[in-house]
Design a binder for this molecule. Structure first.
Ligand code: MN
Length: 294
């Protein structure tokens, strides 16, 4: 099932090119979307049956005519994978000469949940004079509380998948700081439940800036796959329903600037675009030529 949030916090099911409004089929409080989503995931079998039964009488719209929103708006945390593709490590080494390690030595890092935006929204760059990069990533949402889960069992804890951009300021500050600015985690276009993704590690992922293809990789090149990321994350901390894991970016990261449109597409999931602008309070801060870049 493809589950969307749209038009002022309605609950949608996507079929073909239509979004069906099933907000009234389950317990769905438009004032509390994250809590409603967690409830839906917790009672998914029952909710799925109700949503499917509601489709025949539900209002429907072409999804190109609705305002899709972030499908997981307020997770308790976002965990993200650094340097999880060897070809990305190579390019970072070549560009910045500072990528000695992969995820196997780095572990995962936290991104602020307040950085989430949805399809069609705008990434707001905090600096006029520093480099901000796009990173195309497969994201997934935890469906039930996970602690010390083995990779072999991890699929049972993943509710569904979506496309995610991990927007980044290059520089010497902590990763968490550089990747947690408001608007720096666009997600969408909806959640595809894990029963529809036979193998999340065989999906083609592409990202364009305007019409230029910047990133194009099959996720099979990943170092720690989704299940290993969940194992390691749940060993360190309890994962709650609604938490997000961002699985890292392959090669092809590059700068974005005001006026750009960034589009991500993942096979079997879908695609969405966001715009790029400066914040109103964008700072003029020249790059420090001596600082370490990462
Ligand atoms: Mn990333």
């Amino acid at each position: 099932m493809k589950i969307a949030v749209f038009n002022d916090n309605r609950l949608g099911v996507i079929q073909r090119d239509q979004v069906f409004d099933v907000s009234h089929s389950v317990l769905w409080d438009r004032e509390h979307v994250q809590e409603s989503l967690v409830n839906l995931m917790t009672h998914y079998d029952e909710c799925k049956a109700k949503m499917e039964a509601a489709l025949s009488s539900a209002d429907s719209y072409p999804f190109s005519e609705v305002k899709l929103q972030a499908p997981v708006p307020k997770p308790s945390k976002i965990l993200a994978a650094p340097v999880n593709y060897l070809n990305h490590q190579s390019e970072m080494q070549a560009k910045f000469n500072n990528a000695p390690f992969t995820i196997e030595k780095l572990g995962l890092f936290l991104k602020a949940p307040s950085s989430i935006i949805g399809p069609g929204e705008t990434i707001l760059l905090p600096f006029k004079d520093r480099r901000h990069d796009h990173e195309a990533e497969l994201g997934f949402v935890i469906g039930k509380e996970a602690k010390n889960v083995k990779a072999s069992d991890a699929h049972q804890y993943i509710f569904g998948y979506f496309a995610l951009m991990d927007i980044t300021v290059r520089g010497s500050e902590e990763r968490t700081w550089r990747k947690s600015y408001d608007t720096f985690t666009p997600i969408g276009p909806w959640i595809v439940t894990s029963d529809e993704i036979e193998d999340p590690h065989q999906l083609q992922m592409d990202l364009w800036v305007n019409e230029e293809l910047r990133q194009s990789t099959n996720i099979q090149a990943i170092i720690w796959d989704c299940f290993k990321c969940l194992e390691e994350a749940s060993h360190a901390m309890t994962l709650y329903p609604g938490d997000i894991i961002a699985t890292g970016t392959p090669e092809g990261v590059g700068p974005i600037t005001k006026g750009d449109q960034v589009r991500i597409q993942i096979e079997k999931i879908g695609e969405f675009s966001v715009n790029v602008d400066f914040r109103e309070d964008t700072e003029h801060k020249a790059e420090d030529k001596d600082e370490v870049k990462q």
